[in-house]
Design a protein around this ligand. Sequence first.
Ligand code: SAH
Ligand code: SF4
Length: 359
Amino acid sequence: MTVNLLDLDLPHMVGFFATMGEKPFRATQVMRWVHRNGESDFAAMSDLAKSLRENLSRNACIEVPKVVSDRTAEDGTRKWLMDVGSSSVEAVFIPETSRGTLCISSQAGCTLDCKFCSTGKQGFNRNLTTAEIIGQLWLANKALGAERGGDRVISNVVMMGMGEPLLNYDNVIPALRLMLDDNAYGLSRRRVTVSTSGIVPMIDRLRDDCPVALAVSLHAPTDGLRDVIMPINRKYPLKELLEACRRYLDRAPRDFVTFEYVMLKGVNDSALHARQLIALLSDTPCKVNLIPFNPFPNGGFERSPREAIRQFSEILNGAGIVTTTRKTRGDDIDAACGQLAGQVTDRTRRTIRIARSGA
Ligand code: SAH
Ligand code: SF4
């Protein structure tokens, strides 16, 4: 059976080379070829013995998802749609003056059914493999020309694409380790962010196994509202979630957690919600990132008006919580948060009922 080398972090790569009777340094050498140089042809790995190159051609491969569409928005945001067999996932590159952020997916679809999320609405297809997760970075790096100039075009990676990364833990961890490994992408822990809807036991495991920057999708200041728009809250309610966040901070590369809060008109965006949020977050070092809701067909929610977002932000900032509002990028190619995977139909029409009931 051929092994896809993109599935292997350093310890596994060393293990694989050992099975061929090769020394550990061969593993790092090949890892550099594959991840740093974006090389997928063993024959081109000029500093390896010919016999090893032939051996690798027989026993290993470097396989990434097939790109089915590659579009660039007017603001430079670039989105790749990748075929992962039965369905497709998306990765988005967001260039800014001082950094370039790649947003990648961890699952095809998602099991969690958050009411405002396009990915949630399409249901769950399957977990991505490590190769498919790191393959998004490999492909984007290559497409952006990083392997030629050696420049760090991609300075940050955020796991904020499709899927819940902490529910695909075993495949996500080796991918994170590759992002951090100096022989691969060499990103600092502060520049790799896992975004989670709040899978409490897995937040603890991430802290122990591979602490990177943590973003938590909060979106509501009370259990009553969060239970409705994020059903996962019924399993891991706010009190437990915030305790896990504080435990995470003991080992985190940053001394705060980022809370994401999607601004849904008439649902979670009032001054009262802002005050409830301040009370909730009072003993958790954090920043809040407000995300204007990105509509999608049959989404059932509306984006809060600009003025409501400004007021909400001002109330939080006034209470000493550093609050930013996310700029919407890549509008013309549907590349914004929660819009990934293109158009889906709402099979349930549930969200419309929730929005109308004003829960
Ligand atoms: N499953 C993880 C990561 C992927 S979603 C999580 O939920 O955190 C990345 C972010 O986009 C999350 O904060 C998510 O709640 C938010 N999001 C989902 N749908 C959105 C929408 N339609 N508009 C704005 N943000 C959305
Ligand atoms: Fe899944 Fe995150 Fe979308 Fe919720 S917001 S359905 S956890 S991808």
